[in-house]
Structure formats: structure tokens, C-alpha cells
Write a protein that binds this ligand. Structure first.
Ligand code: HEC
Length: 150
């Protein structure tokens, strides 16, 4: 093999690599907008599914721990209605979770967090809050949600 033909072979294989490089780049350029278009939907779907699972767990926990006083659908009873539009609109998730965790001293509303001697982990309380939050969309108009308990 002469020096000359070695050089030609090298050039040929370099060209081949360059062509494949260009093809690859073209594919990436075509795929990138598709990725940008699909990615936020995928993320939003994943978050929505995660939240649904959390709320489903919260639904069971609510039935076991809360319905005796707040009603099966949070319509209230011995305790205030929790499905009130006004309650949900004016209370952030963190406030709801903290009310459940700490309870309301001097009332029937006990502390539910293990940190305060209750039975539930902070994850379980977050799940209950996610469950209550799902009511918000169809929550009845109820400005007197605390009328039960002065
Ligand atoms: C033994 C009855 C009872 C049980 C069980 C109970 N609660 Fe309560 N809850 C009450 C009462 C009564 C109040 C109102 C206390 C007050 O303000 O005097 C209250 C208040 C609340 C509030 C605050 C509402 C507001 O208007 O600020 C939230 C939130 C709440 N409860 C959530 C829960 C959740 C979630 C559970 C289950 C983990 C639960 N409660 C279990 C009786 C109960």
C-alpha cells in the first residue's frame, strides 16, 4: 500500500464519517422540537398521576380518620364542613396540613401527626390534604362552614 492510497482511504473514511455526522445532526434537529413539544405534557401527566395516587391514598385515610366528625364527603358534622368553597379557597395546602398535624387545642380536633402524638406520618397528612384539595373544583358555596363549632 503506497502512501498515496493510504491517504485516499483515510479521506474516504473521513467523508463517510462526516456524512453520517450530518445525517445524525439533521435527525437531532428534526427531533428536538418534537421533544420540546412532548416533554412538558409528559411531565405534567406524571405530576397529575402522582397527585391522583396521593389523593387516592388520602381518600382512604380520610374515611378511616375524619368522616365521623367531618362527614363522608367533608360536608361537616360535629366538625366544620371541609368541602366549603370558601374554606378551600382561603386555605393553602400547607395550612390545611398543619391544622391536621397539630389539631386545634381545646377542641375535638386532635393532633394527627406522629410528631404531636397522633397516628399519621407527614406523607399521610399530605395525602389527606391532596384529597381535600380535589373537592375544590365542585365545592358547594358554604361561607358558614364553621357554624358547627362557634
Ligand atoms: C372527633 C371529631 C373530629 C375528628 C375525628 C376530626 N376532626 Fe377535624 N375538626 C373537628 C372540630 C370540632 C373542628 C373545629 C375545632 C374548632 O375550631 O373549635 C375541626 C377542625 C378541623 C379543621 C380546621 C377547619 C377550619 O375551619 O379551620 C380541619 C382542616 C380538620 N378539622 C381536618 C380534619 C381531618 C383531615 C381529620 C382526619 C385526619 C379530622 N379533622 C378529624 C373535629 C374532628
Amino acid at each position: 500500500m503506497s502512501y498515496h492510497s493510504y491517504d485516499e482511504n483515510l479521506e474516504e473514511s473521513t467523508n463517510k464519517w462526516m456524512i453520517w455526522g450530518l445525517v445524525f445532526m439533521a435527525i437531532m434537529i428534526l427531533i428536538f422540537p418534537l421533544y420540546l413539544w412532548l416533554e412538558p405534557t409528559t411531565r405534567a401527566d406524571a405530576l397529575a398521576t402522582q397527585n391522583e395516587n396521593l389523593a387516592a391514598e388520602g381518600s382512604d385515610l380520610f374515611t378511616q380518620n375524619c368522616t365521623s366528625c367531618h362527614g363522608p364527603n367533608g360536608e361537616g358534622g360535629v366538625g366544620p364542613a371541609l368541602n366549603s368553597q370558601q374554606f378551600l379557597a382561603t386555605t393553602k395546602d400547607a395550612q390545611i396540613s398543619s391544622l391536621i398535624s397539630v389539631g386545634i387545642p381545646g377542641s375535638l380536633m386532635a393532633a394527627y401527626s406522629v410528631d404531636y402524638g397522633g397516628p399519621l406520618t407527614s406523607e399521610q397528612i399530605r395525602a389527606i390534604t391532596a384529597h381535600l384539595r380535589l373537592w375544590e373544583e365542585d365545592a358547594p358555596d358554604n361561607p358558614d362552614w364553621r357554624s358547627c363549632c362557634g
